[in-house]
Design a protein around this ligand. Structure first.
Ligand code: NAP
Length: 305
Protein backbone atom coordinates (compact mmCIF):
# COMPACT_ATOMS: atom_id res chain seq x y z
CA UNK A 1 0.00 0.00 0.00
CA UNK A 2 1.41 3.40 -1.01
CA UNK A 3 2.53 5.63 1.84
CA UNK A 4 1.84 8.89 -0.01
CA UNK A 5 -0.27 11.46 1.82
CA UNK A 6 -2.77 12.91 -0.64
CA UNK A 7 -4.16 16.16 0.72
CA UNK A 8 -7.43 17.47 -0.66
CA UNK A 9 -7.60 21.25 -0.27
CA UNK A 10 -4.56 23.52 0.02
CA UNK A 11 -6.31 26.01 2.29
CA UNK A 12 -5.35 26.87 5.86
CA UNK A 13 -5.29 23.49 7.60
CA UNK A 14 -4.50 21.45 4.48
CA UNK A 15 -1.40 23.57 3.79
CA UNK A 16 -0.34 23.45 7.45
CA UNK A 17 -0.46 19.63 7.43
CA UNK A 18 1.11 19.35 3.96
CA UNK A 19 4.10 21.56 4.82
CA UNK A 20 4.85 19.78 8.08
CA UNK A 21 4.60 16.31 6.49
CA UNK A 22 6.78 17.40 3.54
CA UNK A 23 9.34 18.93 5.91
CA UNK A 24 9.60 15.56 7.68
CA UNK A 25 10.38 13.88 4.35
CA UNK A 26 6.99 12.21 3.88
CA UNK A 27 5.62 11.82 0.35
CA UNK A 28 2.83 14.41 -0.09
CA UNK A 29 0.63 15.29 -3.08
CA UNK A 30 -1.94 18.07 -3.11
CA UNK A 31 -5.30 17.68 -4.81
CA UNK A 32 -6.57 21.07 -5.98
CA UNK A 33 -10.04 22.16 -7.00
CA UNK A 34 -9.62 22.37 -10.78
CA UNK A 35 -7.19 22.91 -13.66
CA UNK A 36 -7.25 26.67 -13.15
CA UNK A 37 -6.23 26.42 -9.50
CA UNK A 38 -3.57 23.85 -10.43
CA UNK A 39 -2.11 26.22 -13.01
CA UNK A 40 -2.08 29.11 -10.51
CA UNK A 41 -0.31 26.85 -7.99
CA UNK A 42 2.24 25.64 -10.52
CA UNK A 43 3.15 29.22 -11.38
CA UNK A 44 4.11 29.78 -7.74
CA UNK A 45 5.72 26.36 -7.44
CA UNK A 46 4.79 25.42 -3.90
CA UNK A 47 3.32 26.32 -0.53
CA UNK A 48 4.85 28.75 1.96
CA UNK A 49 4.43 28.19 5.67
CA UNK A 50 4.84 31.25 7.91
CA UNK A 51 5.68 30.55 11.54
CA UNK A 52 6.50 33.54 13.73
CA UNK A 53 9.22 35.39 11.82
CA UNK A 54 10.21 32.61 9.45
CA UNK A 55 8.79 31.56 6.12
CA UNK A 56 9.64 28.28 4.41
CA UNK A 57 8.73 27.23 0.90
CA UNK A 58 7.82 23.62 0.09
CA UNK A 59 7.66 22.50 -3.56
CA UNK A 60 4.91 19.93 -3.03
CA UNK A 61 3.57 18.24 -6.19
CA UNK A 62 -0.08 18.85 -7.00
CA UNK A 63 -2.81 17.51 -9.26
CA UNK A 64 -6.58 17.68 -9.67
CA UNK A 65 -9.10 14.95 -8.77
CA UNK A 66 -8.80 13.76 -12.36
CA UNK A 67 -5.08 12.91 -11.91
CA UNK A 68 -3.76 9.37 -12.31
CA UNK A 69 -3.18 6.58 -9.85
CA UNK A 70 -4.92 5.11 -6.85
CA UNK A 71 -5.16 6.93 -3.55
CA UNK A 72 -4.56 4.98 -0.36
CA UNK A 73 -4.32 7.74 2.22
CA UNK A 74 -6.22 11.01 1.98
CA UNK A 75 -6.40 14.00 4.29
CA UNK A 76 -9.67 15.80 3.54
CA UNK A 77 -8.98 19.45 4.38
CA UNK A 78 -11.81 21.37 2.71
CA UNK A 79 -14.80 22.98 4.42
CA UNK A 80 -17.59 20.69 5.68
CA UNK A 81 -19.99 21.71 2.88
CA UNK A 82 -17.39 20.86 0.20
CA UNK A 83 -16.35 17.47 1.59
CA UNK A 84 -18.98 15.08 0.16
CA UNK A 85 -19.02 16.56 -3.38
CA UNK A 86 -15.21 16.58 -3.44
CA UNK A 87 -15.04 12.93 -2.36
CA UNK A 88 -17.69 11.91 -4.89
CA UNK A 89 -15.34 13.19 -7.62
CA UNK A 90 -12.37 11.39 -6.12
CA UNK A 91 -14.14 8.11 -5.30
CA UNK A 92 -13.05 6.28 -8.50
CA UNK A 93 -9.40 6.75 -7.44
CA UNK A 94 -9.80 5.53 -3.86
CA UNK A 95 -8.24 2.08 -3.43
CA UNK A 96 -10.07 -0.64 -1.51
CA UNK A 97 -9.33 -0.10 2.17
CA UNK A 98 -8.16 3.49 1.55
CA UNK A 99 -7.96 5.59 4.70
CA UNK A 100 -9.47 9.08 4.83
CA UNK A 101 -8.76 11.56 7.62
CA UNK A 102 -11.62 14.06 7.87
CA UNK A 103 -10.57 17.41 9.34
CA UNK A 104 -13.99 19.07 9.09
CA UNK A 105 -15.42 20.98 12.02
CA UNK A 106 -18.90 20.07 13.26
CA UNK A 107 -20.82 16.89 12.53
CA UNK A 108 -22.75 15.52 9.59
CA UNK A 109 -20.18 15.94 6.82
CA UNK A 110 -18.27 12.87 8.03
CA UNK A 111 -21.33 10.66 7.47
CA UNK A 112 -22.02 12.30 4.10
CA UNK A 113 -18.45 11.39 3.07
CA UNK A 114 -18.64 7.85 4.46
CA UNK A 115 -21.84 7.24 2.46
CA UNK A 116 -19.93 8.05 -0.76
CA UNK A 117 -17.08 5.63 -0.08
CA UNK A 118 -18.28 2.47 1.68
CA UNK A 119 -15.03 0.70 0.69
CA UNK A 120 -12.85 3.20 2.56
CA UNK A 121 -12.08 3.73 6.25
CA UNK A 122 -13.12 7.16 7.54
CA UNK A 123 -11.11 8.56 10.43
CA UNK A 124 -12.59 11.62 12.13
CA UNK A 125 -10.38 14.42 13.46
CA UNK A 126 -10.96 17.28 15.85
CA UNK A 127 -8.36 20.04 15.72
CA UNK A 128 -7.68 22.99 17.99
CA UNK A 129 -4.75 24.18 15.87
CA UNK A 130 -5.18 27.54 14.18
CA UNK A 131 -4.04 28.62 10.72
CA UNK A 132 -5.14 31.14 8.14
CA UNK A 133 -4.29 32.01 4.56
CA UNK A 134 -2.32 35.21 4.18
CA UNK A 135 -2.69 34.81 0.44
CA UNK A 136 -3.15 31.96 -2.02
CA UNK A 137 -0.59 29.20 -1.24
CA UNK A 138 0.65 31.16 1.82
CA UNK A 139 -0.43 29.92 5.21
CA UNK A 140 0.27 31.28 8.66
CA UNK A 141 0.44 28.93 11.63
CA UNK A 142 -1.44 31.15 14.07
CA UNK A 143 -2.29 29.03 17.07
CA UNK A 144 -0.68 25.98 18.57
CA UNK A 145 -3.18 23.36 19.57
CA UNK A 146 -3.83 19.66 19.38
CA UNK A 147 -5.43 17.06 17.14
CA UNK A 148 -7.54 14.11 18.24
CA UNK A 149 -8.18 11.37 15.71
CA UNK A 150 -10.42 8.36 15.97
CA UNK A 151 -12.62 5.93 14.09
CA UNK A 152 -16.10 5.43 15.59
CA UNK A 153 -16.35 2.01 13.87
CA UNK A 154 -12.88 0.47 14.43
CA UNK A 155 -10.63 1.23 17.39
CA UNK A 156 -7.36 0.01 15.75
CA UNK A 157 -4.58 2.60 15.43
CA UNK A 158 -3.69 3.29 11.77
CA UNK A 159 -0.21 2.12 10.78
CA UNK A 160 0.81 5.62 9.62
CA UNK A 161 0.05 7.29 12.94
CA UNK A 162 3.76 7.81 13.75
CA UNK A 163 4.07 9.97 10.62
CA UNK A 164 2.23 12.66 12.59
CA UNK A 165 4.73 12.59 15.45
CA UNK A 166 7.64 12.52 12.96
CA UNK A 167 6.15 15.66 11.35
CA UNK A 168 5.69 17.47 14.68
CA UNK A 169 1.90 17.37 14.36
CA UNK A 170 0.59 17.04 17.92
CA UNK A 171 -1.93 14.22 17.83
CA UNK A 172 -3.47 11.48 19.90
CA UNK A 173 -5.63 8.52 18.91
CA UNK A 174 -8.90 8.38 20.84
CA UNK A 175 -11.80 5.96 21.00
CA UNK A 176 -14.04 8.88 22.04
CA UNK A 177 -13.77 11.00 18.91
CA UNK A 178 -17.54 11.48 18.68
CA UNK A 179 -17.67 12.78 22.25
CA UNK A 180 -14.94 15.31 21.38
CA UNK A 181 -16.70 16.41 18.19
CA UNK A 182 -20.05 16.76 19.98
CA UNK A 183 -18.47 18.77 22.80
CA UNK A 184 -16.76 21.12 20.34
CA UNK A 185 -20.00 21.46 18.39
CA UNK A 186 -21.88 22.38 21.57
CA UNK A 187 -19.27 25.00 22.53
CA UNK A 188 -19.54 26.42 19.04
CA UNK A 189 -23.37 26.53 19.17
CA UNK A 190 -23.32 28.35 22.52
CA UNK A 191 -20.85 31.03 21.42
CA UNK A 192 -20.46 31.59 17.68
CA UNK A 193 -24.04 32.33 16.53
CA UNK A 194 -24.52 34.82 19.39
CA UNK A 195 -21.36 36.70 18.41
CA UNK A 196 -22.84 37.10 14.91
CA UNK A 197 -26.25 38.21 16.20
CA UNK A 198 -24.83 40.63 18.80
CA UNK A 199 -21.98 41.67 16.45
CA UNK A 200 -19.38 41.31 19.17
CA UNK A 201 -16.13 39.70 20.21
CA UNK A 202 -16.44 36.54 22.31
CA UNK A 203 -16.03 38.68 25.44
CA UNK A 204 -19.13 40.69 24.46
CA UNK A 205 -21.19 37.65 25.46
CA UNK A 206 -20.40 38.41 29.12
CA UNK A 207 -23.31 40.86 28.79
CA UNK A 208 -25.59 38.04 27.61
CA UNK A 209 -24.75 35.27 30.05
CA UNK A 210 -28.44 34.52 30.74
CA UNK A 211 -28.92 33.68 27.06
CA UNK A 212 -25.71 31.61 27.03
CA UNK A 213 -26.73 29.57 30.08
CA UNK A 214 -30.21 28.87 28.69
CA UNK A 215 -28.61 27.57 25.49
CA UNK A 216 -26.13 25.43 27.41
CA UNK A 217 -28.98 23.81 29.37
CA UNK A 218 -30.71 22.83 26.13
CA UNK A 219 -27.48 21.70 24.47
CA UNK A 220 -26.66 19.51 27.48
CA UNK A 221 -30.11 17.93 27.26
CA UNK A 222 -29.55 17.26 23.55
CA UNK A 223 -26.12 15.70 24.16
CA UNK A 224 -27.53 13.34 26.79
CA UNK A 225 -30.38 12.35 24.44
CA UNK A 226 -27.84 11.69 21.67
CA UNK A 227 -25.98 9.25 23.93
CA UNK A 228 -23.20 11.73 24.75
CA UNK A 229 -23.56 12.34 28.51
CA UNK A 230 -19.83 12.99 28.93
CA UNK A 231 -19.95 15.78 26.34
CA UNK A 232 -22.74 17.38 28.40
CA UNK A 233 -20.82 17.53 31.67
CA UNK A 234 -20.24 21.06 33.00
CA UNK A 235 -20.91 22.52 29.57
CA UNK A 236 -22.02 25.92 30.85
CA UNK A 237 -18.89 26.26 33.02
CA UNK A 238 -16.61 25.44 30.09
CA UNK A 239 -18.46 27.80 27.75
CA UNK A 240 -17.98 30.63 30.26
CA UNK A 241 -14.29 29.72 30.66
CA UNK A 242 -13.85 29.84 26.87
CA UNK A 243 -15.65 33.18 26.63
CA UNK A 244 -13.29 34.64 29.25
CA UNK A 245 -10.13 33.07 27.84
CA UNK A 246 -10.94 34.24 24.29
CA UNK A 247 -12.67 37.50 25.23
CA UNK A 248 -10.60 39.60 22.81
CA UNK A 249 -11.14 37.26 19.82
CA UNK A 250 -13.75 37.28 17.10
CA UNK A 251 -15.28 33.82 16.59
CA UNK A 252 -14.62 31.99 13.32
CA UNK A 253 -18.29 32.34 12.35
CA UNK A 254 -18.20 36.08 13.02
CA UNK A 255 -15.06 36.39 10.88
CA UNK A 256 -16.62 34.36 8.05
CA UNK A 257 -19.79 36.48 8.08
CA UNK A 258 -17.83 39.73 8.20
CA UNK A 259 -15.72 38.63 5.24
CA UNK A 260 -18.83 37.58 3.28
CA UNK A 261 -17.76 33.91 3.34
CA UNK A 262 -20.11 30.97 3.61
CA UNK A 263 -20.29 29.56 7.16
CA UNK A 264 -20.41 25.92 8.27
CA UNK A 265 -23.70 26.53 10.15
CA UNK A 266 -25.37 23.51 8.54
CA UNK A 267 -22.86 21.22 10.31
CA UNK A 268 -22.90 23.10 13.62
CA UNK A 269 -26.13 24.69 14.91
CA UNK A 270 -28.05 23.16 11.96
CA UNK A 271 -26.82 19.69 12.91
CA UNK A 272 -27.84 20.22 16.55
CA UNK A 273 -31.36 21.29 15.53
CA UNK A 274 -31.77 18.34 13.15
CA UNK A 275 -30.59 15.93 15.87
CA UNK A 276 -33.12 17.43 18.33
CA UNK A 277 -35.84 17.00 15.73
CA UNK A 278 -34.93 13.37 15.13
CA UNK A 279 -35.22 12.71 18.87
CA UNK A 280 -38.54 14.57 19.11
CA UNK A 281 -36.92 17.04 21.53
CA UNK A 282 -38.37 20.54 21.86
CA UNK A 283 -35.49 22.99 22.40
CA UNK A 284 -37.06 26.44 21.99
CA UNK A 285 -33.94 28.54 22.70
CA UNK A 286 -31.85 26.58 20.23
CA UNK A 287 -34.54 26.67 17.55
CA UNK A 288 -35.02 30.40 17.99
CA UNK A 289 -31.26 30.96 17.79
CA UNK A 290 -31.15 28.95 14.56
CA UNK A 291 -34.05 30.93 13.05
CA UNK A 292 -32.45 34.25 13.96
CA UNK A 293 -29.10 33.17 12.53
CA UNK A 294 -30.65 31.90 9.29
CA UNK A 295 -32.53 35.22 8.91
CA UNK A 296 -29.34 37.16 9.61
CA UNK A 297 -27.32 35.19 7.04
CA UNK A 298 -30.07 35.47 4.43
CA UNK A 299 -30.30 39.22 4.96
CA UNK A 300 -26.58 39.39 4.16
CA UNK A 301 -27.04 37.26 1.05
CA UNK A 302 -25.08 34.35 2.56
CA UNK A 303 -26.10 30.67 2.33
CA UNK A 304 -27.96 29.62 5.48
CA UNK A 305 -27.54 25.87 5.01
P1 NAP B 1 -9.98 26.93 3.94
O1 NAP B 1 -8.78 27.75 4.33
O2 NAP B 1 -11.15 27.61 3.34
O3 NAP B 1 -9.47 25.80 2.93
C1 NAP B 1 -10.33 24.92 2.30
C2 NAP B 1 -9.65 24.50 1.01
O4 NAP B 1 -10.42 23.46 0.39
C3 NAP B 1 -9.54 25.63 -0.04
O5 NAP B 1 -8.19 25.73 -0.43
C4 NAP B 1 -10.42 25.16 -1.20
O6 NAP B 1 -9.93 25.47 -2.46
C5 NAP B 1 -10.32 23.66 -1.00
N1 NAP B 1 -11.36 22.92 -1.72
C6 NAP B 1 -12.71 23.06 -1.67
N2 NAP B 1 -13.31 22.18 -2.48
C7 NAP B 1 -12.30 21.47 -3.07
C8 NAP B 1 -12.29 20.41 -4.02
N3 NAP B 1 -13.40 19.91 -4.55
N4 NAP B 1 -11.08 19.91 -4.40
C9 NAP B 1 -9.93 20.41 -3.90
N5 NAP B 1 -9.90 21.41 -2.98
C10 NAP B 1 -11.08 21.92 -2.58
O7 NAP B 1 -10.53 26.08 5.17
P2 NAP B 1 -9.80 25.71 6.54
O8 NAP B 1 -9.80 26.89 7.44
O9 NAP B 1 -8.51 25.02 6.27
O10 NAP B 1 -10.86 24.68 7.13
C11 NAP B 1 -10.96 23.32 6.75
C12 NAP B 1 -11.77 22.61 7.83
O11 NAP B 1 -10.99 22.61 9.03
C13 NAP B 1 -13.08 23.34 8.18
O12 NAP B 1 -14.09 22.41 8.47
C14 NAP B 1 -12.71 24.13 9.42
O13 NAP B 1 -13.83 24.40 10.26
C15 NAP B 1 -11.74 23.18 10.09
N6 NAP B 1 -10.80 23.85 11.02
C16 NAP B 1 -10.06 24.92 10.59
C17 NAP B 1 -9.17 25.52 11.48
C18 NAP B 1 -8.29 26.68 11.06
O14 NAP B 1 -7.59 27.24 11.90
N7 NAP B 1 -8.28 27.10 9.81
C19 NAP B 1 -9.06 25.04 12.79
C20 NAP B 1 -9.83 23.95 13.18
C21 NAP B 1 -10.70 23.36 12.28
P3 NAP B 1 -9.78 26.95 -3.05
O15 NAP B 1 -8.49 27.46 -2.48
O16 NAP B 1 -9.70 26.71 -4.52
O17 NAP B 1 -10.97 27.72 -2.60
Amino acid sequence: MSSTWHILGAGSLGSLWACRLARAGKAVRLILRDAQRLQAYQQVGGLTLHEQDTANHYAIPAETAEGDGPIHRLLVACKAYDAAPAIARLAPRLADGAELVLLQNGLGSQDEVADQVPHARCIFASSTEGAFREDDWQVRFAGHGFNWLGDPLTPALPEWFDDLHDAGIPAEWTVDILTRLWRKLALNCAINPLTVLHECRNGGLLEHLGEVTALCDELAELLRRCGQPQAAEDLDEEVQRVILATAANYSSMYQDVRAGRRTEVHYLLGHACRAADRHGLQLPQLERLHRRLVDNLQARGLPSA
